[in-house]
Design a protein around this ligand. Structure first.
Ligand SMILES: O=C([O-])C(=O)C[C@H](O)[C@@H](O)C(=O)[O-]
Length: 303
């Protein structure tokens, strides 16, 4: 798939970030992961981001990264495009990006570099190096310490033809409006704040109608119902789901640091498609929190 073909895929439809399955010993569980992806196929996500944030990229090591991307590609090949997470320092991100390309992924989401603050010059050099290390499409992700300005993104867009997407994980409205208006249709735009449905209407108003859904991992039918209503400007349905599900869901999610991923794993377990526990530094939900989530999911009906 060319970078321009990938851009077209990312400009419509529901995107998602599959959980990564770990066994009780916190080792990657390839059979569980393949079964999860097989289960999710019919619900119709337009692309899946393997080993992304919800996939706990930050806790993976290189050997299992290859296994995870390979399982995703073997399971979804010919049906759902697979992008891989890649991140960390420049040389590590390049290794992940080149491995994903070697395995046959359709592109990468470039997750933020590690730990340090960075100048715009440094960020440009980092992103440019990764883009030029591969030929397939790259989506860059403003999140954490990666805060690319519109001007920096314009420089990168001019230098890197395969940089075809921008994902926002900062929620800085002024910055995003400036990026969207400066770069126009040069990029595909993805809303990627934790629990993206809550912000989907706001991002659509800013010219970003596409987002990545983590809850698709455990309530795929409801996630698609929300997306289809969002795409059809059916604000009544979106508002109902936000009031009845997402707002109480956030109340549970906000009880713990890192719960944006942990709660998704708890939800998957509750609906019978467990991906196992999260790895440190994340922590699993407490029993009372799981019970509250169970009651909330039950109100949605069968998925
Ligand atoms: O790596 C990431 O940004 C994600 O996993 C994005 C999530 O899908 C986020 O949009 C969410 O929680 O809905």
């Amino acid at each position: 798939m060319s970078p321009q073909e990938l851009k077209a895929v990312l400009e419509a439809g529901l995107l998602s970030f599959p959980l990564t399955d770990f066994d009780a010993q916190l080792n990657f569980d390839p059979k569980g992961y393949a079964a999860r992806l097989e289960w999710l196929q019919p619900y119709g996500a337009s692309a899946l981001f393997a080993a992304g944030g919800t996939g706990e990229f930050f806790s993976l090591e290189p050997g299992e990264y290859t296994d995870i991307i390979k399982v995703a590609l073997d399971t979804c090949r010919g049906r759902t495009p697979i992008l891989a997470g890649a991140g960390g320092g420049t040389r590590v991100a390049i290794q992940y990006a080149q491995e994903a390309e070697r395995l046959g992924a359709q592109g990468i989401l470039l997750l933020p570099h590690y730990l340090t603050e960075a100048s715009q010059e440094g960020l440009i050099a980092h992103v440019e190096a990764v883009c030029k290390s591969v030929k397939f499409g790259v989506v860059v992700y403003n999140r954490g310490a990666c805060k690319l300005t519109p001007q920096s993104l314009q420089i990168l867009a001019d230098r890197c033809p395969n940089l075809i997407g921008f994902k926002d994980g900062l929620g800085d409205i002024e910055k995003f409006v400036a990026i969207r208006q400066t770069l126009g249709n040069r990029f595909a735009y993805l809303g990627g704040l934790p629990t993206a449905e809550v912000f989907a209407g706001a991002y659509k108003a800013m010219g970003c109608p596409v987002y990545s859904s983590a809850v698709f991992n455990f309530i795929p039918k409801t996630a698609m119902e929300f997306y289809n209503a969002h795409a059809a400007n059916d604000t009544a349905t979106c508002d109902r789901l936000i009031r009845d599900f997402f707002i109480p869901y956030l109340a549970i999610r906000n009880k713990g640091e890192g719960y944006a991923v942990s709660i998704v794993k708890a939800g998957a377990t509750l609906i019978g498609h467990s991906a196992g526990p999260v790895r440190p530094p994340l922590s699993d939900l407490l029993p009372a929190e799981v019970e509250a989530l169970s009651a909330l999911i039950a109100k949605l009906g069968p998925q």
